[in-house]
Design a protein around this ligand. Structure first.
Ligand SMILES: [Zn+2]
Length: 68
């Protein structure tokens, strides 16, 4: 496949960038998620649910608080 990058406009370049990023994510087994705590979008493993250890801890504390 040959792509003449010089012929592409800014919008086409941007589209290409997104497509490539998505392909990379698929190959690495990662994808976009919404964090269950702060609802931020992040890239992580297929089974990831939190954007950071901090949110994971927050969710754990919240669950614990509900139980008690
Ligand atoms: Zn979060």
């Amino acid at each position: 496949m040959t792509v003449e990058l010089n012929d592409l406009g800014d919008h086409e370049l941007e589209t290409l960038r997104i497509v490539l990023r998505r392909e990379q994510l698929q190959r690495s087994g990662e994808r976009w998620h919404d964090c269950l705590v702060c609802e931020v979008r992040f890239v992580g493993r297929a089974d990831a649910t939190f954007c950071s250890g901090r949110c994971r801890t927050a969710a754990y504390r919240r669950r614990k608080a509900q139980r008690e």
